[in-house]
Unconditional design. Sequence first.
Length: 339
Amino acid sequence: MRIKAIKKSPPSPSEVGQAKLKIKNCGLFFAFILHFTFYIFNCFFFGCATLPKEPPKPKVYLEVPSNEYKPIGKELAVTFIDVGQGDSIFIKTPNGKTILIDAGGTPYWKQSDYDPGEEVVVPFLENQKIKKLDFVIATHADGDHIGGMPAVLRKFPIGSLYENGIVSDQPEYEEMHRVIDDKKIVTSVLKQDASFYIDSSVKFEIFSPPSNFYFEGENNNAIAIRLIYGDVSFLFTADIEYESEDNILKTYGDKVQSNILKIGHHGSATSTSENFLKAVNPEVAVISVGAKNNFGHPDSGVIAKLQDADINIYRTDEDGNLTIRTDGKKFIIETEKNP
Ligand SMILES: [Zn+2]
């Protein structure tokens, strides 16, 4: 009978390494289980802790008191015109180009003869001695944005008019297009990813509507524009809501950062998500809203978010026309009321 001697050879260095690795992995596994059990225990008895939030990006403060503002070079001026419940923004660039974003208006269903285009926007532009509008942007087809457009289009020569590309059956849209056809105004469509210089030093970046699809409903398809002049930037969000804000964040991330944010949809609770506000990280918020409107705009939750984020709030219902002047380095805000 042959007995086979079993000789145990000493483990090789690689075997020792593997064994150590196994022990280490086991340790890690048990540490993980322990940690997880502790977390579940904690969640059960004390509620789940939220993940630690990233520290907010430092805000760049460019707003200065008017007596400290000594413009260096040419100025850009942006006026949020007080059209009541609606939007109308007039921009004059350093080289004198004129841009109007929306013209206010009374939605047809209000059955009112009051036309803020005729009563407010045209007189404002005449007061400014404006002879021509180089660019007119109709952000979307809602009456509080384009109801006043026909009066403006009839009154001034128009360079070109931009829309979001959606054909609407709203009466205000049809009326605006009657004037566009009568005056043979050149129209184009603006969509996400377009960017161009409107003046040698003033850039427009278009964030909305999406380039390859449309959302349901008018608001989320509104044209959203970031304007950049030197170190100062504005974000005009028209009536976009959470869905469009999320899409913009997904596409542009931190590139949405702007010093001045025109709050979406007159401060409605359906706009200005916390993530969007955090990414834009504005120093100043402007709310274009009518006094005692029927919609409860601006929403108290939106105001609280802005206050919590240490953002200066200006409102057309309280401040009247708001003009922001900037030399591209600093800016000041002039209010018609409450100077
Ligand atoms: Zn609106």
